[in-house]
Ligand binder design. Sequence first.
Ligand SMILES: [Zn+2]
Ligand SMILES: [Zn+2]
Length: 122
Amino acid sequence: MHRPGADPGDMQPADFLCDFCHTPWDGAFPMIEGHRGSLICGRCLSVAYTELVLLEPEQAEQELSCTMCLEKKTGPFWVSPSHESAQICLRCTKQSAGKLHSDPDWDWHKPTLGPANPRLQS
Ligand SMILES: [Zn+2]
Ligand SMILES: [Zn+2]
């Protein structure tokens, strides 16, 4: 998402916020862009990927609209724990993870169920 009040003609890195945790971008961590300026950071993507792809949670089948592709569909979704209106579908999670995984600019890899997994630390 773009920071409310940001000047569209003069966007700074900090004007780009992750839709899922609202962390402003500092240019030093990976961000993946969806439709209409929606964004997910690498850390949120790791959590989404872990929950949707690795853990395959049992989830009530509910129709939600994906923040990243704007499509309305029936689950599974990862819903941001801190911003419930931010939801990412399984397809976007896989696609974004694939893109970021093969992006040479970022040291980001698809998470595994190991001790380095941010979702499993806490
Ligand atoms: Zn985030
Ligand atoms: Zn989607």
